[in-house]
Design a protein around this ligand. Structure first.
Ligand code: UDP
Ligand code: MG
Length: 205
């Protein structure tokens, strides 16, 4: 039993500061937010991602994911009273999704990124919570995207670019495992005790 519990305490997720986060000097602030809530950063580096890495990172061959990308953008045209057919020449979610995917590759390779591995109880859900909603105007205040980004997917779609939302975080444990393996070699992931681990995670009294 204790083995199962200690595995849960060491759940790992993957996150990445996107180029706009690095260029705006928000790396420290984002890392700080992850650390102060008690999560442990066990791997971190700054690199310029290649197109191949980004294509492997996002589930580009998953039609359902492409459609969801298209839907996320499409859903915001109505609120701005814009007709997607007029501005994009289509209102087909798959077609729009494919264009967003292309923009996403350009965006993610446009500057340095900071991939990292984060460890702790419920790390996947915790880091998604810290990130906030994909679309900046829907991201709650207090989240990374809510506090530091403001962009509209409809406008981004019209301008043929990705929405600039600063930060990536794995959505599920399966996604986390895949992404950690993609961005880090096992020997790049550290194991260490952080001051406070015992107070946060065990009965010390
Ligand atoms: N994205 C975009 N325009 C859209 C929808 C998504 O540029 O209309 C980008 C955005 O940078 C987002 C990324 O595609 O973070 C991946 O989308 P996903 O649906 O996986 O959202 P996330 O998991 O990042 O919240
Ligand atoms: Mg995602």
């Amino acid at each position: 039993m204790s083995e199962i519990i200690s595995k849960i305490k060491k759940q790992r997720t993957f996150a990445m500061i996107k180029p706009d986060g690095v260029l705006r000097g928000l790396t420290g602030e984002i890392v700080r937010r992850i650390e102060v809530c008690g999560l442990k950063i066990v791997a971190l580096k700054m690199i310029k991602a290649t197109r191949e890495q980004i294509i492997a990172h996002y589930p580009m061959s998953d039609q359902a994911w492409i459609d969801r990308l298209g839907e996320k953008g499409l859903s915001t045209f109505e609120g701005l009273k814009l007709d997607p057919k007029h501005f994009l020449g289509t209102d087909n979610k798959s077609e729009i999704g494919r264009n967003v995917a292309k923009s996403l590759i350009d965006y993610m390779t446009s500057g340095p990124v900071v991939p990292m591995v984060i460890e702790g109880i419920q790390a996947v859900d915790m880091v998604r919570k810290l990130a906030g909603h994909t679309l900046p105007f829907k991201a709650d205040m207090g989240t990374i995207r809510g506090d530091f980004s403001v962009d509209s997917p409809a406008i981004a779609n019209v301008e043929n670019r990705a929405i600039h939302n600063l930060f990536h975080a794995s959505e599920t444990l399966e996604e986390a495992v895949k992404e950690i393996t993609l961005w880090f070699k096992p020997e790049e992931i550290m194991e260490y005790n952080r001051a406070g681990d015992d107070i946060m995670y065990s009965k010390t009294y």
